[in-house]
Write a protein that binds this ligand. Structure first.
Ligand SMILES: [Zn+2]
Length: 76
């Protein structure tokens, strides 16, 4: 009889932890989905910015640098 109660206890413990695990993993998945959505929204908003930057020749050394950026020769 004690063995039966023990077995039921083990089964209950396994079932209970599984139930909690399912709940925890579901919550975790929700957080991951939320994160993915936030990242996806960020990626979608980015194409508005130019992907390829305009290059302009440096007036001093002639090497092409991104428009608005300071050439390496200016920094030195
Ligand atoms: Zn330069």
């Amino acid at each position: 009889m004690l063995k039966l109660i023990f077995t039921i206890g083990v089964v209950y413990a396994v079932w209970y932890s599984f139930k909690n695990w399912a709940r925890i993993s579901a919550a975790y998945k929700e957080v991951q989905d939320e994160k993915a959505r936030a990242e996806g929204a960020e990626i979608k908003s980015k194409p508005r910015q130019p992907v390829v930057q305009d290059l302009v020749p440096c007036p001093k050394c002639g090497s092409y640098v991104a428009a608005g950026a300071v050439c390496s020769c200016e920094k030195a």
